[in-house]
Design a protein around this ligand. Structure first.
Ligand SMILES: *[C@@H]1O[C@H](CO)[C@@H](O)[C@H](O)[C@H]1NC(C)=O
Ligand SMILES: *[C@@H]1O[C@H](CO)[C@@H](O)[C@H](O)[C@H]1NC(C)=O
Ligand SMILES: *[C@@H]1O[C@H](CO)[C@@H](O)[C@H](O)[C@H]1NC(C)=O
Ligand SMILES: *[C@@H]1O[C@H](CO)[C@@H](O)[C@H](O)[C@H]1NC(C)=O
Length: 289
């Protein structure tokens, strides 16, 4: 080969390989980025999104409002106070529209039970498109949340994540759910499964709030003694559902049911213990210790 020919040959090779080099460099940088992201955030909460399943929930708040779904919120008039708190956590499909005066209007995080997923999907544009500022954390048993294609609720959430790529959809990991069971057992001395109970969404929400918040104000939660007081209040179980059993009757039914109940009263006794160790306060009603 003549020198000019050789030069052209090398130039051509360089030009052809440049995109490959750039792409390779991009992949390396991108890979570094995702590796860093992997280590950032809260263990136990992973993204549901194709290609980003290892991304952890990365939220930290100095101050959180944990707004319960209880009928205690009706007439609480706490909306303005709640709106002033940076991170507001709500549960399931608890609405704000029409209840702003009592429960506030913003939602940073919504913790949702596997059983409430169909309710959100029924109104998918509201939850996953219009409420794009809200981060969703879903919990559920392995049979519904397994990620091998055989978990119907997980599959539904993955469909939402593909349809609404901006939506921030996370799941409580299997390890974290087992950890929550061990916390319940540690606190009560009882095995959750053997006693036929399910942890409530409130329990997972309290665990998440302690993971992500420096201090927590809980709104609308009664303490574990309230329902045995002679002057107890009669409020709906949920502030947005007027025609069901009143809160205390619902709690009693759940507390004593053999299979599939939530131990709401027991859980509240546990929160009372935690409030002496973490920065947790309770309002509407106020808990004194
Ligand atoms: C969706 O939910 C929002 C907020 O709760 C509500 O205002 C709206 O009416 C719902 N839309 C449908 C179609 O149910
Ligand atoms: C979403 O959050 C941003 C930044 O905090 C805010 O400016 C915007 O108004 C919010 N949008 C909605 C729909 O709440
Ligand atoms: C178990 O309970 C004790 C006493 O309440 C507490 O100090 C400890 O942190 C708990 N451990 C776990 C894993 O929950
Ligand atoms: C019920 O009565 C007790 C005193 O016996 C009082 O301290 C408490 O505030 C009352 N609770 C409600 C909800 O009115």
């Amino acid at each position: 080969m003549a020198p000019t020919q050789l030069f052209r040959y090398w130039l051509c090779l360089l030009v052809l390989s440049l995109p490959l080099l750039l792409w390779f460099g991009h992949v390396i940088i991108w890979d570094d980025g995702s590796a860093a992201a992997k280590n950032r955030g809260l263990q136990g909460y992973t993204r549901i999104s194709p290609g980003r399943m290892s991304q952890l929930l990365d939220i930290h708040c100095d101050q959180c409002a944990f707004v319960s779904s209880s009928g205690q919120m009706l007439g609480a008039g706490a909306g303005d106070e709640i709106d002033r708190i940076r991170c507001v956590i709500r549960m399931n499909n608890a609405p704000t529209g029409g209840y702003e005066k009592d429960v506030g209007s913003r939602t940073a995080v919504r913790v949702v039970s596997h059983t409430s997923v169909p309710l959100l999907v029924k109104n998918e544009t509201y939850y996953f498109q219009q409420s794009a500022n809200t981060t969703y954390v879903f919990w559920g048993p392995e049979r519904n949340m397994r990620q091998d294609g055989k978990g119907p609720i997980f599959n539904l959430l993955l469909k939402m994540a593909i349809k609404y790529p901006e939506a921030k959809i996370y799941a409580v990991t299997r390890d974290k759910i087992q950890y929550c069971d061990s916390v319940f057992q540690n606190e009560t001395g009882k095995n959750r499964m053997k006693t036929g109970a399910f942890l409530s969404t409130g329990f997972f929400t309290m665990i998440l709030a302690m993971d992500m918040c420096d201090s927590i104000t809980v709104y609308g939660m009664i303490d574990n003694n309230h329902c045995s007081l002679a002057n107890r209040s009669f409020v709906p179980y949920h502030y947005y559902e007027k025609n069901r059993l009143d809160e205390c009757r619902m709690y009693r039914v759940h507390e004593h049911t053999q299979r599939g109940g939530h131990r709401f009263i027991t859980e509240k006794a546990i929160y009372g213990k935690w409030a002496t160790r973490h920065k947790i306060e309770f309002k509407h009603p106020f808990w004194s210790f």
